[in-house]
Design a binder for this molecule. Structure first.
Ligand code: AMP
Ligand code: GLY
Length: 424
C-alpha cells in the first residue's frame, strides 16, 4: 500500500519509522518531513497545512492511507477534504478537531459532560479579564483560545504576571486571532501525565501511558515548550487512576461527542493533572503528542499500519505493549522556544547509529550537502529502551554524549519524577 504521513517533526519521524516496519507498506511518503525522515521515506514538497494540494497529491499518486501528525491540518479540515474525495485518512474532521482548536470549546464541552477539569472563565474583553484575575488571585493560568504551538498557556505565579500575560495576549495579540479570546483557569496541583487513545465513533483503545516534560529547564523551571522529553509507561498512571481516566474522561468524551452529533475518528490525547481528587484534564489534543509519540510508538509491538487500518474499518484492535521502558530526550537549539537559531551543523549522528537500544528521531533538521543541519527549535529526539527506566535513561544520555551542534541544550532530568514510584 502507498502511505502518506503529514508533518515535519519528531512525532512524524516516529510514525514513519513505525509504519516503515510494516510489510504492508510498499511506498512511504511524508509531507514535508525532515532530514531523518527523508532517509526512510519519499519527500513530498507540500506544506502540511496546504490541505487542497495534499489531497491533489494523494489522488494523483493513488495514496491508500494517510496519517496526520500535527493539529494544524486537522483544524484546517484536511480530513474533510480527503474524505470528500474518497481518500482514506486517519484523524478527526474539522468539527471534532475543535477539542484542540478552541480551548473555550473544549472547556465548555467538559463542563457540559461532567469531565473533571479546572474551574474556568472565558473572556474577550481585557478589562473584564483583568478584574476576574484580581478577584480570584494567583496562582492562576491564562490560556490563548486558539492554537499557539504549545506556547499559549502561561502559569502565572502573581496577579501582575497574569495581567501582563492578558495584555500580551489580548491587546498586543501575541498569537494573533488565537489569543483575542482567553480562557482563565484555576491552578491545579499534582503531577502531569499524558493519556492517548484511538477513537472510532463508539469504540476506543488506549495506547501506552507516558509523561511529558513541558518546561524548558530542569526541575520544571522556565517557560513552557512543545515538550523537552518523555518516557513510557508512567507509574503516575496507576491501574486505579487509569480506570478513572477511562470512566470519567474518555468514555464521557465519547458519550458527549455522540450527543453533540460529532463524529470522531483519530487519536485523542488527554493532557492530565493527577490531583489529590483524581485525574483532571488540562487540555485535549486531537493527535499524538510530541515527544510522547516517540517512546509510545517504540513500545507498541503491533504492525502500525494493520492496526490503524483495522481500527479505521471499525474492527476491535488490541495494542500489544513491549514491557521495556522507552525514554526520549529532546535536544534543542539555542534560543528555543522564543527564537531558535538555525543552520548549525550536527555532529555525531553516525556514531549513535551503532549504539544498541538507541533510536534517534529527527525534528528540526535539514540537509546541506552531506551535512545534517539544524532547522528548528527542537532538533533531535534521542531515545533509548531499557529493562528499567534507569537503564533507558542512562542509554539515552550516554548516546547524547556523541552528538553536538552549536548552542545545543537539553534537560538532564528526563524521567526523574518517576523514580520515587519505582524500586529499581
Ligand atoms: P496546556 O497547553 O493547556 O496543556 O498547558 C500547558 C502546560 O501548562 C501544562 O502542561 C501544564 O504544565 C500547565 N498548565 C496548564 N493548565 C494548568 C492548570 N490549570 N494548572 C496547573 N498547570 C497548568
Ligand atoms: N507534548 C505535548 C503535545 O504534544 O502537545
Amino acid at each position: 500500500m502507498k502511505v502518506l504521513v503529514i508533518g515535519n517533526g519528531g512525532r512524524e519521524h516516529a510514525i514513519a519509522w513505525k509504519l516503515k516496519q510494516s510489510p504492508l507498506v510498499s511506498e512511504l511518503f511524508v509531507a514535508k518531513g525532515n532530514a531523518g525522515i527523508w532517509e526512510i521515506a519519499k519527500k513530498v514538497d507540500i506544506s502540511p497545512t496546504d490541505v487542497k494540494a495534499l489531497a491533489d497529491f494523494a489522488q494523483k499518486e493513488g495514496i491508500d492511507f494517510t496519517v496526520v501528525g500535527p493539529e494544524a491540518p486537522l483544524v484546517e479540515g484536511i480530513v474533510d477534504e480527503f474524505e470528500k474525495r474518497g481518500l482514506k485518512i486517519f484523524g478527526p474532521n474539522r468539527e471534532a478537531a475543535q477539542l484542540e482548536g478552541s480551548k473555550a470549546f473544549a472547556k465548555q464541552f467538559m463542563e457540559k459532560y461532567g469531565i473533571p477539569t479546572a474551574r474556568y472563565r472565558t473572556f474577550t474583553d481585557f478589562q473584564e479579564a483583568k478584574k476576574y484575575v484580581e478577584e480570584v488571585g494567583a496562582p492562576i493560568v491564562v490560556k490563548a483560545d486558539g492554537l499557539a504551538a504549545g506556547k499559549g498557556a502561561v502559569v502565572c505565579e502573581s496577579v501582575e504576571k497574569a495581567i501582563e500575560t492578558l495584555y500580551k495576549f489580548m491587546n498586543q495579540k501575541l498569537f494573533g486571532k488565537a489569543s483575542e479570546k482567553v480562557v482563565i483557569e484555576d491552578f491545579l496541583e499534582g503531577e502531569e501525565a499524558s493519556y492517548i487513545v484511538m477513537i472510532n465513533g463508539d469504540k476506543y483503545v488506549s495506547l501506552p501511558t507516558s509523561q511529558d516534560h513541558k518546561r524548558l529547564l530542569d526541575g520544571d523551571k522556565g517557560p513552557n515548550t512543545g515538550g523537552m522529553g518523555a518516557y513510557s509507561p508512567t507509574p503516575v498512571i496507576t491501574p486505579d487512576v487509569e480506570k478513572k481516566i477511562k470512566k470519567e474522561i474518555v468514555e464521557r468524551v465519547i458519550e458527549g461527542l455522540k450527543k453533540e452529533g460529532i463524529f470522531y475518528r483519530g487519536f485523542l490525547y488527554a493532557g492530565l493533572m493527577i490531583t489529590k481528587e483524581g485525574p483532571k484534564v488540562l487540555e485535549f489534543n486531537v493527535r499524538l503528542g510530541d515527544p510522547e509519540a516517540q517512546p509510545i510508538l517504540m513500545r507498541i509491538k503491533n504492525d502500525l499500519l494493520q492496526t490503524l487500518l483495522d481500527f479505521y474499518e471499525g474492527k476491535d484492535v488490541k495494542i500489544e505493549e513491549n514491557p521495556r521502558w522507552a525514554l526520549d530526550v529532546v535536544l534543542a537549539s539555542r534560543g528555543y522556544p522564543e527564537k531558535p537559531e538555525k543552520g548549525k551543523i550536527i555532529h555525531g549522528l553516525d556514531m549513535v547509529r551503532k549504539l544498541k537500544d538507541v533510536v534517534v528521531f529527527h525534528a528540526g533538521t535539514s540537509k546541506e550537502g552531506d551535512f545534517f543541519v539544524t532547522s528548528g527549535g527542537r532538533v533531535l529526539n534521542v531515545c533509548a529502551y531499557g529493562n528499567t527506566l534507569k537503564e533507558a535513561k542512562e542509554k539515552a544520555y550516554n548516546a547524547i554524549r556523541y552528538i553536538c551542534f552549536e548552542g545545543m541544550h537539553y534537560r538532564k532530568d528526563i524521567g526523574d519524577k518517576a523514580f520515587k514510584y519505582l524500586n529499581d
